[in-house]
Ligand binder design. Structure first.
Ligand SMILES: [Zn+2]
Length: 193
């Protein structure tokens, strides 16, 4: 995938609409890597800095920030797999809770609605904004529709708008089709055909 596609967050396999509202930044954060073909925007500080800038969350990237951001990204992906029928991983929740503490997320009570606000600075605070968006989505129920694709080497985050939230694949033509082909060949092998 093109680096620009990962930066813009505008590319969605299968023609899906992006996640609604502030959940979009969570989706974009998880989709900062093409796990099958590369690139990974978090391979270098410039990539993370540019992505944050594009989300209007500018921050100086310091030592350790890249690793921490990537760890939070993969922990979020783990939760999105769980939304898609995968196992619940306590380690992933622990990573997110630690990141929320580093961001010093605090409740705020403005007239237009309660929110969590990071009191930290730098990348910790930027990641805090993303975690606050995930937290809000968990409360309003939209979270369960944000899923990670279980396709081999995929893990792409997509927003499932199907009526009963039953979509599995990022795209039927990419991962869904592959999975069908895989099942077909496995059946053929099993029957000795
Ligand atoms: Zn996929």
């Amino acid at each position: 995938m093109e680096r620009e596609a990962l930066l813009s967050g505008l590319v969605h396999p299968g023609g899906r609409e992006p996640a609604p509202g502030s959940l979009r930044v969570v989706q974009g954060f998880v989709n900062t890597v093409d796990r099958e073909h590369g690139p990974d925007l978090f391979d270098d500080a410039a990539g993370l800095a540019e992505w944050l800038e594009r989300q209007m969350l500018p921050a100086d990237v310091k030592a350790g920030d890249l690793e921490a951001a990537a760890e939070v990204r993969e922990a979020l992906r783990s939760l999105l797999w769980a939304n898609n029928g995968g196992p619940h991983e306590p380690e992933a929740r622990e990573v997110l809770e630690q990141a929320a503490r580093r961001a010093r997320l605090e409740p705020a009570f403005p007239p237009d609605g309660a929110e969590l606000v990071p009191r930290s600075t730098g990348v910790d605070a930027a990641v805090g904004h993303i975690l606050a968006a995930a937290f809000a989505a968990m409360l309003d129920g939209s979270w369960r529709r944000l899923k990670a694709c279980p396709g081999h080497n995929c893990g792409w985050a997509f927003y499932d708008r199907s009526t009963n939230a039953s979509a599995t694949w990022c795209s039927m033509s990419v991962c869904g089709g592959r999975s069908k082909a895989g099942a077909y060949y496995r059946r053929r092998r099993a029957s000795g055909a």
